[in-house]
Design a protein around this ligand. Structure first.
Ligand code: TXA
Ligand code: MG
Length: 337
């Protein structure tokens, strides 16, 4: 049975003046509003309101040990909640607004409630590039937590319709800001003094980061996939209903194919991530493709998904990461005690 506080009518808002004003008003009064960013749709709530933050965890079915990203309108606002080392300021100057999340020591007087950061002494902060998202946060007048607007463990939404497919009736509104341009989530890095550690590959590439930060510590997840690198970053995530295999060299008629370049012959259904093998295009079409093949499983008689090889470079690292998690065995819970 759902918690009674979860049963809600979900307003559909467009990103015009009235819709934006309504979305900000809902956030200010402790309600849950999903909105598009350049990466994926986030489920927004007032980061300083413990009851709103608790509702976010409930609506997603997210374990309380998995911390949320705090979204701010600009770097000054993000750095009021944290104690940024000099490297964090350089990264912010280079990549904000944009798809980079910085995990920093939390400021002693931060107004963000402890539950948002799962009680950790650090805080993940980001300034999104999507203008409507930034305007909304500014109008809300406080930092906004925004985990991806999907049920915990499932595929992230890159369109408003994806949000409604999972959260209709469980959140107060969705602000339709169109399809997300990047299509995979932000890169998450921990800044520890002058050293930088990759926790989740994403929209900003390791190559981009190294141009500003020098060497970036990148865990060898391709060869040790089960070791979590951050709270909540367990192997299974972004999971479609169908099992998925990676780096496929052949495909069966009862499989849906995520193609990259010329599709392998013989699949039951094909979603081409990028006919021209463009990694940025492939990232932007990844989550819609997983949903398309999943949704077609009954009509197309699919029993599994196969993904063609994606190069482990640039944003290809993030695509491979999401595919690996989509194909990982599913544990009963995401957090270990
Ligand atoms: O692109 C994005 O980042 C999207 C959009 C909506 O902004 N948001 C998003 O949030 O992907 P979420 O909650 O789905 O993923 C946040 C990730 C999780 O893996 C979480 O464990 C990690 O960031 N994280 C948050 N706070 C952290 C912290 N203090 N230390 C380490 N990891 C943290
Ligand atoms: Mg997520």
């Amino acid at each position: 049975m759902d918690h009674p506080a979860l049963v809600r009518t979900t307003e559909r808002l467009d990103a015009g003046l009235a819709g934006m004003a309504r979305a900000a008003e809902l956030l200010r009064s402790g309600r849950l509003v999903a909105f598009g960013t350049e990466t994926v749709y986030g489920l927004g709530a007032n980061a300083t309101d413990p009851s709103a933050v608790a509702d976010v965890f409930r609506a997603k079915g997210r374990p309380a040990c998995n911390p949320l990203i705090v979204h701010c309108a600009d770097a000054d606002a993000a750095f009021r909640e944290t104690d940024p080392p000099a490297l964090a300021r350089r990264l912010a100057a280079a990549f904000w607004p944009g798809p980079l999340t910085l995990v920093l020591p939390r400021h002693a007087n931060s107004r963000v409630c402890a539950a948002a950061a799962a009680g950790l002494p650090t805080l993940a902060v980001r300034v999104p590039a999507q203008p409507a998202a930034r305007t909304l946060i500014e109008n809300a007048g406080r930092p906004v937590v925004a985990p991806s607007a999907n049920r915990s463990g499932r595929v992230s939404p890159s369109e408003a319709a994806h949000v409604l497919a999972e959260l209709d009736g469980r959140i107060d509104a969705v602000l339709d800001t169109g399809a997300c341009s990047v299509g995979v989530e932000s890169t998450v890095v921990a800044v520890r003094g002058e050293s930088l550690h990759l926790l989740r590959p994403g929209g900003i590439t390791v190559e981009d980061l190294e141009a500003v930060a020098g060497l970036v510590a990148v865990p060898d997840v391709e060869h040790a996939p089960d070791r979590p690198t951050a709270p909540g970053q367990m192997a299974s995530h972004y999971a479609p209903f169908l099992p998925l295999r990676l780096d496929a060299g052949t495909v069966r008629p009862d499989e849906g194919l995520l193609a990259f370049g010329t599709p392998l012959p013989g699949a039951g259904r094909v979603w081409n991530l990028s006919p021209t093998r463009d990694l940025r295009e492939a990232a932007s079409r990844l989550f819609a493709g997983l949903r398309d093949l999943d949704d077609a499983r009954h009509v197309a008689g699919l029993t599994g998904l196969a993904a063609m090889p994606i190069p482990a470079e640039g944003i290809g690292l993030a695509i491979r990461d999401r595919l690996r998690r989509a194909g990982a065995p599913r544990p009963r819970t995401e957090c270990r005690a």
